[in-house]
Ligand binder design. Structure first.
Ligand code: CMC
Length: 441
């Protein structure tokens, strides 16, 4: 049953016939042409590469207005959530649809502690990866491996959902920190029950037997805010992957593992790593911000200005506004200055004043400033997309559950317009009367 309202009917004229298509409207006024009966009634499919114009589901989780620069989770503005909530509260909100009461929060927090350890056998996996292994590859492999250690519960009660969410959120953080320690050649640090979510992560990353780690409230707060910025973003590439894999009734771990792989790509979450590499190239290769802008505009050059542009936002990404503020606070708190921040700001100013970027509505996106904060916190560049994945996890879970519980849920199976050769035969092609295929002898 559709939740959106039918507000009108559109007419489609084809081959002298007229068809009516319902026009649906969502709660924030987004209108959609309902083509669910298109093939059954007209014999045609729609053609939409990159799924630029197609709504693939109804969702009550996240609202984005790309023209006005609005992002809301379950009705709350992203600015409101980053100011007043912790990442765990937002995770709870995304999954359950409401903010937790203090007792719900405490119960959830306890579950997070209970499920923060990894099965000891899983530790062996880390030692088998080469030293240069990318942590996103490890993360994806480890998450799907969780399904072999922790068989999936029937997710049919709040309790079972909370256990699974706590297990995934808590263990993803542990896996991420373990893979960093492996990369650094340092002993693994176990999670602690007396530390909160972000403090615990930072402690597992930066505590060593020689130098302990004392939580820094400014950094902990900033990390909470950054993870909230990433927590969901409606039907983006990785979330669509999670939903697509889930639509075949694959388990939650498998679906999330696939989402992590999709996030890794440089046009998606992998852009935060590319942004810093791009900014560093200005210093290392003696380039200027102006050169990067010219390269980004040159259609013969595959180079893109990473951290710029978005499929949905045609104005400043609201997450980038918050991320810019956080990164200035973190940098001034930790290191006072960072030459890369100056280069980033110069790039932004030049791009904003350039007709190419103005005409195409290309603004900084969430990935432009987040990496600078992670860098100031001491998180290495190859872990940036892992940080994005930790943040995005509650959104993936909420979207997976929403799809699973939707009575209209069908396996995702897009159509295509075939443009290959028409029917032909091997005999005609190879002239078999004179040719014998080597494989046959
Ligand atoms: N630098 C230079 N030109 C760009 C850029 C960019 N970063 N982004 C878009 N354009 C141009 C593009 O070449 C096209 O030009 P023309 O109209 O002359 O052909 C026009 O702007 C429209 O872009 P598009 O490729 O149709 O946009 P899209 O919606 O298919 O792609 C995007 C969106 C985010 C993949 C793209 O903007 C991009 O590659 N940006 C850089 C990578 C990046 O920062 N990704 C992070 C996205 S936000 C967080 C996330 O999703 O994880």
């Amino acid at each position: 049953m559709s939740m959106s309202k039918e507000i009108a009917r559109a007419k489609l004229c084809l081959d002298g016939k007229e068809y009516e298509l319902p026009v649906l409207e969502g709660t924030e006024g987004e209108r959609a042409l309902d083509i669910r009966r298109l093939r059954a009634t007209t014999g045609m499919v729609s053609y939409d590469p990159g799924v630029v114009n197609t709504g693939v589901c109804e969702s009550n989780i996240t609202f984005v207005d790309g023209e006005k620069g609005i992002l809301r989770f379950r009705g709350y503005d992203i600015e409101d959530l980053t100011e007043h909530c912790s990442f765990l509260e937002v995770a709870y909100l995304l999954v359950h649809g409401f903010l937790p009461t203090p007792s719900e929060y405490n119960a959830f927090s306890k579950l997070m502690n209970l499920h923060s350890m990894l099965h000891e056998d899983m530790r062996n996996f880390f030692s088998l990866y080469p030293d240069h292994a990318h942590p996103m590859a490890i993360l994806s492999a480890m998450v799907v491996s969780l399904s072999t250690f922790y068989p999936e519960l029937e997710l049919d009660s709040t309790e079972a959902i909370d256990i699974t969410v706590a297990r995934l959120l808590s263990k993803l953080r542990t896996i991420a920190a373990f893979s960093y320690k492996k990369n650094m050649g340092q002993p693994i640090v176990y999670p602690r029950s007396d530390l909160r979510y972000c403090e615990n992560f930072l402690n597992m990353m930066f505590h060593t037997p020689v130098n302990g780690y004392s939580p820094d409230p400014v950094i902990t707060h900033a990390l909470n805010q950054l993870l909230i910025l990433h927590a969901d973003h409606e039907q983006n590439c990785s979330t669509s992957v999670v939903r697509t894999v889930g639509s075949s009734r694959a388990n939650l771990y498998a679906s999330i593992s696939a989402g992590i792989c999709a996030l890794w790509g440089p046009l998606h979450g992998g852009a935060n790593q590319r942004v810093i590499e791009m900014l560093e190239s200005v210093i290392k290769q003696g380039l200027s911000a102006a050169t990067l802008i010219e390269r980004a505009k040159d259609k013969a050059d595959p180079f893109k200005l990473f951290g710029f542009g978005h499929r949905v936002y045609k104005t400043y990404d609201p997450r980038a506004k918050v991320a810019k503020k956080i990164c200035k606070q973190v940098i001034s708190h930790m290191t006072r200055t960072d030459p890369l921040l100056e280069i980033a700001q110069e790039l932004e100013e030049r791009a904003m004043a350039d007709a190419y970027f103005q005409e195409r509505n290309l603004y900084p996106n969430v990935d432009f400033y987040t990496g600078l904060s992670y860098r100031a916190m001491g998180i290495p560049i190859n872990m940036f997309t892992v940080m994005f994945a930790i943040g995005r996890l509650p959104g993936w879970i909420a979207q997976w559950l929403e799809q699973r519980d939707n009575a209209e849920n069908r396996i995702v199976r897009p159509r295509q317009v075939y443009v290959g050769p028409s029917r032909r035969t091997v005999a005609e092609t190879l002239n078999v009367s004179t040719y014998s295929h080597p494989g046959k002898n």
